[in-house]
Design a protein around this ligand. Structure first.
Ligand SMILES: [Zn+2]
Ligand SMILES: [Zn+2]
Length: 417
C-alpha cells in the first residue's frame, strides 16, 4: 500500500541523474501486491488496438520499466495518467504545453487541458479515439487549450464519431468563458469544418460545451459510469481558472491547472493518490531564461504561479501518495534548479513531470515511468462503428474551380465501395 518516501541518500543519488532525466519517482514498495487485471470481458480492456497488437495483463504489479503504448491491459481497478505536455507556451520539442490523459479501468478516458503542442504526443500513443471525447479545461490560456480544435478535428478524423464534450469554467464576463471560446473556435474554423462535414461522421463535428461557474466550491461538473469530477477556483491571472479532482473506484487524481498556492486546493485535494500542481521555474532561473529583470520574473513566478519551494510546501501539507509538478522550461539546468528548490520544502514521493511520463495507479501500486514511442507511429485504426456512422452528402468545389483542372492529368478510377 505504501510508497516509501525518498530518503536523503536516495535523493542524493537521484540528483545525479536529473541532468539527463528529470523523472524522479518513488516506486511502489509492495510489488507483490495483487493488481487485479482481467484479460477478457472487462470494460477496461476494450480499446481498439492496432492490427497485429495484443495487449497483455500486468501480473503482480510487475510493470516493464518503460511503457510501450497498447501493449498493456489496463486493470479493471487501475488508473493510468499520461503527461502529454508539461512545458510552457514558448515550448520546446521535449516539453510542449500542458495536457494530461487519464485512462480508467472502466474504459473511460479524460483529457485535462489540451495545451498547444500536445496533439503529437496524444497521437504518438495511438489511442482509441472513439473514447477520447471529454476535455476538461482548467482555464483558457493558449498553453492549456491551444490544441482544442486539433484534438476535436484530429480525433474526428481518427475514430471519434460522436460529439466532443468540452467542460470548462465561466469567466468574470460571458465573453471570457469556455462557451464563448468554443463558439469562437467553431466560427474561426468554419471553413475547415465545412470541408470535412459530410465526408466524416456527422455527429463527430459537434462540440458540446459544459460551462460551469468558476466560483463553485468542489461541486460536481461530471458524474457518470462511477466517475465523479469536481471543480474549485484557482488563483491565476484573472478570475476564471479552476482545479479539478477525478474520483473513481476509490482512486483520486487532482489536476491543479495553473494556480498560486490556495486554500481551496489544500482542502479539496485532500486524500489524493496523485496530486498534480504547477511547479514553475524559480525567479532567478526564469529571469535568466527569458532575459527578464528579476522583479518581473519574481512577480510571474511567485504571484501568478507557484514556484518550487511553494509547491514543496503545498505537497508537504497535502501528503499525496504521489506529488506531480509540471509547467516549466525544461533543461538540465532548469530541472536541477526546480528539484533543488522543491527538496528544500518537501521530501515525499515526487515526479517532476516531463512529456510522456506515465503513472499507473491502483490502491496497492504506484508506478512512474516513461512511454517509449515511435516518431513515425501511424494514426490509429478506426472501428467498424466509425465506418458505419452516418455521413451526409459530400460536397464539391464550384464549377469555376472545377474548370481549372489541368487536362494533362487524369486521376485513376474510383474503387467500388
Ligand atoms: Zn495560465
Ligand atoms: Zn499555463
Amino acid at each position: 500500500m505504501n510508497v516509501k518516501l525518498l530518503n536523503k541518500e536516495a535523493w542524493s543519488l537521484a540528483k545525479l541523474a536529473i541532468a539527463s532525466l528529470i523523472l524522479i519517482f518513488a516506486t511502489g514498495t509492495s510489488l507483490s501486491a495483487q493488481t487485479e487485471v482481467k484479460s477478457d470481458g472487462a470494460s477496461g480492456v476494450q480499446d481498439a488496438l492496432p492490427k497485429g497488437r495484443k495487449a497483455v495483463a500486468i501480473v503482480d504489479g510487475q510493470y516493464p520499466e518503460s511503457y510501450f503504448p497498447n501493449t498493456e491491459l489496463l486493470g479493471t481497478d487501475e488508473m493510468r495518467i499520461t503527461a502529454l505536455g508539461t512545458g510552457m507556451p514558448n515550448q520546446t520539442r521535449s516539453a510542449v504545453s500542458i495536457s494530461y490523459l487519464v485512462e480508467l479501468g472502466n474504459g473511460d478516458k479524460f483529457l485535462f487541458d489540451v495545451g498547444s503542442g500536445m496533439l503529437a504526443n496524444l497521437f504518438s500513443l495511438r489511442p482509441d479515439f472513439e473514447k477520447i471525447d471529454k476535455v476538461f479545461a482548467s482555464h483558457l490560456h493558449v498553453d492549456h487549450v491551444g490544441d482544442f480544435m486539433g484534438v476535436h478535428i484530429g480525433g474526428w478524423i481518427s475514430g471519434r464519431y460522436t460529439p466532443i464534450h468540452l467542460y470548462g469554467p465561466t469567466g468574470s464576463k460571458p465573453e471570457l468563458g469556455t462557451k464563448a471560446f468554443a463558439e469562437a473556435m467553431q466560427k474561426a474554423y468554419a471553413w475547415d469544418l465545412a470541408t470535412r462535414s459530410g465526408a466524416l461522421p456527422d455527429a463527430g463535428a459537434q462540440i458540446e460545451v459544459h460551462e460551469f461557474d468558476y466560483k463553485q466550491m468542489n461541486k460536481v461538473v461530471y458524474q457518470k459510469n462511477g466517475v465523479t469530477i469536481r471543480s474549485w477556483p484557482a488563483i491565476h491571472s484573472l478570475d476564471g481558472s479552476v482545479s479539478y479532482s477525478l474520483v473513481w473506484n476509490g482512486l483520486k487524481y487532482v489536476f491543479g491547472g495553473d494556480t498560486y498556492p490556495n486554500k481551496w486546493y489544500m482542502e479539496y485535494a485532500k486524500g489524493a493518490d496523485v496530486a498534480s500542481h504547477e511547479c514553475f521555474l524559480p525567479p532567478k532561473a526564469l529571469a535568466a531564461y527569458f532575459g527578464w529583470d528579476l522583479a518581473q520574473a519574481t512577480y510571474v513566478s511567485t504571484r501568478i504561479h507557484t514556484e518550487p519551494t511553494a509547491f514543496g510546501k503545498v505537497m508537504s501539507a497535502l501528503k499525496p501518495r504521489m506529488a506531480v509538478g509540471y509547467h516549466s522550461v525544461q533543461s538540465p539546468k532548469n530541472n536541477a534548479a526546480i528539484m533543488d528548490a522543491v527538496r528544500k520544502t518537501y521530501d515525499g514521493p515526487l515526479a517532476l513531470a516531463r512529456d510522456l511520463m506515465v503513472i499507473n495507479v491502483t490502491k496497492d501500486t504506484m508506478k512512474v515511468r516513461m512511454a517509449v514511442i515511435d516518431d513515425y507511429v501511424l494514426p490509429p485504426d478506426v472501428t467498424a462503428g466509425y465506418k458505419r456512422a452516418p455521413r451526409s452528402d459530400t460536397k464539391e468545389t464550384s464549377e469555376f474551380i472545377q474548370s481549372g483542372k489541368w487536362k494533362g492529368y487524369t486521376p485513376p478510377p474510383m474503387p467500388k465501395k
